[in-house]
Design a protein around this ligand. Structure first.
Ligand code: PYC
Length: 320
C-alpha cells in the first residue's frame, strides 16, 4: 500500500542554509528557520541556544543532515552598532566562541547572496566584534578578537605518550599548543594524531589545567616546522580535526610567537594545515594587546533547505 500523499509531503520545519569550505573546513551558514533566541547580547543568545534550543543545533549539525566536521554559523540580528550581521557558531559538540574559518565562510556566503561587496564588514560574535575584509580577489581577512598566551610551558602526563609540554593560549577559543619540532604532520598520520590529541585533551582535563577562569581547553594544536614549513594539526571540541589551519588556533599561535619575540608585528606567518591548505596570519599591538588578522579563502559548495517531516525519528540528529 502506498503512503498517503499528505504524509510524504508534509514539512514541519524548513531551514535555509548555504554551505562553504574555507581551506577545506566546512561552514554551514543558517539563514533562517530557527526560533527566536532570547538575550540582550549574542553571548546570552548563545547561552539560550545551549540551554533551551539545543535540539536545533543538533538538527543542523549532526547526522543525518550534518556531520562531525561541520561548523555552523547561525545568522542573527547584530547587537553592536554598524555590524553587518550577528553570528553564533556551533558544531557537533556545542557552541564555539569565535571561528576564523567560519567567519570567512560567513563573509563569502553574504557576498554570494549579494548582501555585501568587497570592503570591511563588522561582525558581532559572542566573544566580541570582529572586522572581516572581503578582498577583490575573494580572499577574506579576519581581524580577530585580541589573542593572548595565558600559560607558558605547561607539562602534563599523557597516557601512552609520557610528559607533554605546551602553552595555553586564547585566540577566540582556548588552545593547548604543543611544538612537535621537526616531526612531520601528514595525511597518513591523521588516525595517530587524532588519538594523540584526544589523549592530551583528556589528560589536561584530568589534571585540572584550564584557560582563564577555569575555562575548558577544548582545542589541541600540534605545531611542526619540518622542512622549514609551519604546519599544524588541530583537534576540535567534537573529536574531528580541523581541515583548515584554524583561524582561532592560528591567532593563539600568533599570540605565543609575539610573547616569545619570535614574530614581529606585521610580519606574515604562513600557517599550513595537515591537509596542506594555508592561512596567512599577522598581528599588530594596540593598547598592549595582540590583534591577529587571519587571511584565507572560502568557496561555496551547496545551498538549500534542511527539511523536517513529522515522524522522522532522526529529525533532531543522531546523538552519540
Ligand atoms: O577556524 O577558528 C577556526 C575554527 C575553530 C574550529 C574549527 N575552525
Amino acid at each position: 500500500m502506498s503512503p498517503a500523499p499528505s504524509t510524504v509531503s508534509t514539512v514541519t520545519h524548513r531551514i535555509r542554509f548555504v554551505d562553504s569550505h574555507s581551506a577545506g573546513e566546512p561552514t554551514r551558514v543558517v539563514l533562517d528557520g530557527f526560533p527566536e533566541l532570547p538575550g540582550e547580547t549574542l553571548a546570552q543568545q548563545r547561552e539560550a541556544l545551549s540551554r533551551d534550543f539545543d535540539r536545533w543545533r543538533t538538527l543542523v549539525n549532526l547526522e543525518p543532515r550534518g556531520n562531525e566536521v561541520l561548523v555552523s554559523a547561525l545568522l542573527l540580528p547584530p547587537k553592536s552598532p554598524d555590524c553587518v550581521t550577528g553570528v553564533v557558531y556551533f558544531n557537533n559538540a556545542g557552541p564555539l566562541g569565535m571561528c576564523g574559518h567560519g567567519t570567512m565562510g560567513v563573509v563569502t556566503t553574504l557576498a554570494y547572496l549579494g548582501r555585501i561587496g568587497p570592503g570591511d564588514h563588522r561582525i558581532d560574535t559572542p566573544v566580541g566584534v570582529v572586522t572581516a575584509t572581503l578582498h577583490d580577489d575573494g580572499r577574506v581577512s579576519v581581524a580577530n578578537v585580541p589573542a593572548y598566551r595565558h600559560l607558558k610551558d605547561v607539562t602534563v602526563t599523557v597516557e601512552g605518550l609520557g610528559e607533554v609540554r605546551g602553552d595555553v593560549a586564547w585566540g577566540g577559543n582556548w588552545f593547548y599548543l604543543v611544538d612537535v619540532g621537526q616531526r612531520t604532520l601528514n595525511l597518513g598520520d591523521i588516525p595517530a594524531l587524532n588519538d594523540e590529541t584526544l589523549r592530551i585533551r583528556q589528560a589536561l582535563r584530568e589534571a585540572g589545567i584550564t584557560g582563564k577562569d577555569g575555562a575548558e581547553i577544548d582545542h589541541i594544536e600540534l605545531f611542526s616546522h619540518a622542512g622549514g614549513i609551519n604546519r599544524n594539526f588541530v583537534m576540535c571540541p567534537g573529536g574531528a580535526y580541523d581541515r583548515s589551519p584554524c583561524g582561532t588556533g592560528t591567532s593563539a599561535k600568533l599570540a605565543c610567537l609575539a610573547a616569545d619575540g619570535s614574530l614581529e608585528p606585521d610580519q606574515v606567518w604562513r600557517q599550513e594545515s595537515v591537509i596542506g591548505s594555508v592561512f596567512e596570519g599577522q598581528y599588530s599591538i594596540r593598547d598592549g594587546q595582540v590583534h591577529p588578522v587571519i587571511t584565507g579563502r572560502a568557496f561555496i559548495t551547496l545551498q538549500g533547505e534542511l527539511i523536517v517531516q513529522p515522524g522522522d525519528p532522526f529529525a533532531w540528529g543522531i546523538r552519540l
